[in-house]
Ligand binder design. Structure first.
Ligand code: ADP
Ligand code: ASP
Ligand code: MG
Length: 426
């Protein structure tokens, strides 16, 4: 029996009962002969509550202090979990990200892991302990400041530790039974996927399926770590995310689906730069200003310029959380770039259809747009990759659009409704 890394999300450890339930599960894995490393998130909606608190004190909190605050959430759950395990008669030790050797760059609030040196975790395991690690945090290599990895970052901590410790699997325990063909909170008829490739999972995650974080899947693909996403509330098999179709002893290999699923995302906003001179260098200047502020953008569209004025509009989407910073940066560069004005719209949503079969099925795009038009949903922006089509619509239309597309592509399950065991969906 080898080493397993298990990650428990916030909804799995939302209260004392949850912590005790999870502790039992961890002890069972240990009793089965595994060495167990656990990565834990903050309890319930603690991180959101800490963010709200920070914003009451300062509208744009300093990155270093913000990270120091947010990491407190995971410290609470890791210590309580270690106590609950000890109470069951097993040895456990908790570690902060820094103590566990999670070394990052120094970009506060969205640091990247650059190295993992889990010496203390190894020692704890060798001494017979269960090691509990605080997710979503590390320490910067140069300044030795505490950093966080961005929302949902405990998934990345888990895979990074699994890679560094050469674990046989990284189990991600959450509040649904696995990865579904759409968010089960929105589509009751969503189907659980038994196996999905890293490639399709990367696209789903990048398109907003927050069941796994994009960076975590990237990391797992790079180090070829199989991920098993499953519920901490049931004993069911979940979804395997790996390179090769997963086969278990009982059944044949699972085939790659043509369409893997529908993802949605309401966490983005749209900025339109109005009245941009239609000449070389303008787009470069706009996106340089945004990039210099470390803001990642998603979709871009440029209108045809009006012949009479020689002016055009450029729209792009970005995380809502970065909207204010982007507007400030563009305002600062307004004179140099020479546009008229900025428009900010945070009432948008994105719907994406993902599947490797898109490469070879030319009708998919047409069917996708037909499903949206039948549902009366207006499309504002479009972007595509080889295995994904995404559109931006009004935020209010998103849930309806996801259901319409899910049905149109024959993804609805004809058996049970998908179960959501916990969490607030926040
Ligand atoms: P955790 O607290 O365990 O990290 P998250 O809230 O980050 O949990 O992720 C689990 C949630 O992801 C589910 O409750 C579900 O609402 C949402 N979700 C979105 N898309 C999907 C999908 N395709 N399959 C499963 N869950 C999804
Ligand atoms: N607690 C952090 C968050 O809510 C990290 C995580 O849960 O993965 O984003
Ligand atoms: Mg998560």
């Amino acid at each position: 029996m080898g080493l397993v890394v298990q990650k428990y999300g916030g909804s799995s450890v939302a209260d004392a009962e949850g912590i005790k339930r999870v502790a039992k599960r961890i002890v069972d894995a240990k009793k089965n002969g595994h060495q167990v490393v656990v990565v834990v998130s903050a309890m319930g909606d603690t991180t959101d509550e800490l963010i709200d608190l920070a914003e009451q004190v300062s509208p744009i909190p300093a990155g270093r202090e913000f990270d120091m605050l947010l990491t407190a959430g995971e410290r609470i759950s890791m210590a309580l979990l270690a106590m609950a395990i000890k109470n069951l008669g097993h040895e456990a030790q908790s570690f902060t990200g820094s103590q566990a050797g999670v070394i990052t760059d120094s970009v506060h609030n969205k640091a990247r892991i650059i190295d993992v040196t889990p010496g203390r975790i190894r020692t704890a395991l060798d001494e017979g302990n269960i090691a509990i690690v605080a997710g979503f945090q590390g320490v910067s290599q140069d300044k030795k400041d505490i950093t966080t990895l961005g929302r949902g970052g405990s998934d990345t901590t888990a895979v990074a530790l699994a890679a560094a410790l050469d674990a046989e699997v990284c189990e991600i325990y959450t509040d649904v039974d696995g990865v579904f063909t759409a968010d089960p909170r929105v589509v009751k008829k969503a189907k659980k996927i038994d196996w999905i490739s890293f490639e399709d999972m990367l696209e789903l995650a990048a398109s907003g399926s927050k069941v796994l974080l994009h960076r975590c899947v990237e990391y797992a693909r790079r180090y070829n770590i199989p991920i098993h996403v499953r519920s901490s509330f049931s004993g069911l098999q979940g979804t395997w995310v790996s390179n090769e179709p997963h086969s278990d002893e009982k059944g044949p290999k699972v085939e790659q689906a043509i369409i893997s699923g529908v993802a949605h995302d309401t966490s983005e906003a749209k900025i339109t730069v109005v009245g941009v001179p239609d000449k070389p260098g303008e787009a470069a200047a706009i996106f340089r200003a945004v990039a210099d502020a470390e803001i990642n953008i998603d979709m871009i569209v440029q209108n045809v310029s009006a012949a009479s004025t020689g002016l055009t509009d450029i729209s792009f989407t970005l995380p809502k959380a970065e909207g204010r910073k982007a507007i400030d940066e563009l305002e600062k560069a307004k004179a140099a770039i020479g546009f008229d004005s900025l428009r900010y719209d945070d009432q948008i949503g994105k719907i994406s259809l993902v599947g490797a079969g898109m490469k070879t099925n030319p009708g998919v795009t047409a069917d996708f747009f037909k499903a949206l038009s039948d549902a009366g949903v207006n499309i504002e922006l479009i972007s595509t990759s080889e295995i994904r089509i995404s559109v931006v619509t009004r935020a209010d239309d998103v849930n309806e659009a996801v259901r319409a597309v899910h049905t149109a592509f024959g993804l609805d399950s004809d058996s049970d409704e998908a179960v959501v065991y916990g969490g607030t969906g926040r």
